[in-house]
Design a protein around this ligand. Structure first.
Ligand code: NAG
Ligand code: NAG
Ligand code: NAG
Ligand code: NAG
Length: 374
């Protein structure tokens, strides 16, 4: 996307920050602790793509406490269970430490409503993102994102992405993982949640889930009569079969391994068609060896952390000592655009799809700009 569009997006963010009401909270302790040590979260796999958020300066684990994690997960599942019209395939979400670490890194940059450009996890997941600033607590932030439901009509293709993009990510059926990070920046909370797999795929934003009787698409794997739960996240673009709770992977084993399509780089090779391609297809997931993702992308993100990681985990308790007594209606409606991540392109047609995706993203940004300015 063009730099000028990015600047405009930033400008609108600044305007919105200035308009927001003040919420005081302090985590200066965290700042002091984190400045003192080097990043331990930049595993080799993140260096496969430029400027990965995991490699930025910041805390190496989410500051979100166990109690807050529960609030975040439960609030998302509450909203997801309450889909109207009802959802036949809405997955239950769980907490994920790796995407939370990446959200924390980005929150620590204090860049307001700007999204990071590289948060997908090579060899694992695409990652979507919602941001709220000046929000009192997690419940406020998640409720703010969900409140875009008032602008959303299920199945209506005439939508303004800037007005519904947070809602559709919260309600994206195939998202099974959520992980969040928080930082107080100049007196304003910066709440960021990352989502795996990413929602908001182009062409389906108006259909974030399948309209059906609750759990109709997963009758044997339904929890609380509302949410589908296989306790399984299909990695690397694999598709989850809700009848059997099994993943169908982008390539057969041993390259992608059961049950969750974990990438196996050791002693494996790409599918034969990869060799015939002149270059790496833009969707690296298809040809991890040819594209240089192997051997690193199969690695655990904590695998190469140094001994200083033991001090990291003690900097947690994000004590959001909010002193505001105002109601949540005064918080900034921090609508912003979610990055588009598609992991589902046909490799034989990926170039065309990527072009489309980029164009659509620019259109979405332009729409968002109009919305904010008007
Ligand atoms: C709704 O659920 C039924 C099974 O109860 C299934 O046959 C049908 O395909 C589902 N519809 C959609 C749109 O997924
Ligand atoms: C979900 O799966 C993980 C292993 O992938 C297991 O440790 C955990 O206990 C499971 N949770 C439930 C509720 O079955
Ligand atoms: C990865 O694939 C190789 C080659 O088939 C196999 O020998 C090995 O057991 C696999 N690794 C894992 C962790 O299953
Ligand atoms: C790509 O095209 C070739 C030739 O048409 C075909 O053999 C191959 O199966 C296709 N790959 C995929 C993943 O569809």
């Amino acid at each position: 996307m063009s730099p000028s569009l990015l600047r405009l997006l930033c400008l609108t963010c600044v305007v919105m920050i200035v308009k927001g009401s003040a919420v005081s909270a302090s985590d200066s302790t965290h700042v002091r602790l984190s400045r003192a040590k080097r990043s331990t979260s930049c595993a080799p796999k993140y260096k496969l793509t430029p400027e990965h958020t995991a490699c930025k300066e910041g805390r190496d684990a989410s500051v979100v406490s166990a109690a807050e994690k529960k609030v975040i997960v439960d609030k998302h599942n509450e909203f997801r269970a309450g889909a109207n019209p009802t959802a036949g395939n809405m997955m239950k979400v769980r907490w994920d430490d790796e995407i939370a670490m990446i959200a924390q890194k980005w929150a620590d940059q204090c860049l307001g409503l700007t999204h990071d450009s590289n948060r997908n996890i090579p060899g694992r997941l695409t990652v979507g993102q919602n941001i709220a600033i000046n929000t009192q607590d997690w419940t406020t932030a998640i409720t703010l994102w969900h409140s875009e439901v008032s602008q959303f009509t299920y199945g209506n293709e005439q939508f303004n992405f800037g007005k519904i993009g947070h809602y559709t990510q919260v309600m994206w059926a195939e998202t099974t993982l959520v992980g969040c990070g928080m930082k107080n920046c100049n007196g304003k909370n910066n709440h960021i949640c990352n989502y795996g797999i990413s929602g908001n795929l182009q062409g389906r934003i108006h259909l974030p889930y399948k309209q059906n009787a609750s759990c109709a698409n997963c009758p044997r794997h339904c929890v609380n009569s509302k949410l589908c739960d296989c306790n399984l996240t299909c990695l690397n673009g694999g598709d989850l079969d809700l009848n059997t709770c099994t993943c169908s992977c982008k390539a057969p084993a041993p390259l992608y391994m059961a049950p969750d399509c974990t990438l196996n780089c050791t002693g494996t090779s790409d599918e034969s068609w990869c060799a015939a391609q002149g270059k790496c297809p833009s969707q690296h997931v298809w040809c991890p060896h040819k594209c240089g993702y192997c051997p690193y992308a199969a690695g655990d993100y904590t695998a190469d952390t140094t001994s200083s990681s033991t001090t990291t985990t003690t900097t947690t308790s994000s004590t959001t000592t909010t002193t505001t007594t105002t109601t949540t209606t005064t918080t900034t409606p921090s609508s912003t655009v979610d990055n588009q991540n598609s992991n589902s392109a046909d490799p034989n047609n990926s170039a065309a799809k990527d072009t489309f995706s980029l164009l659509a993203t620019i259109v979405a940004l332009a729409l968002h700009r109009l919305f904010v300015i008007v």
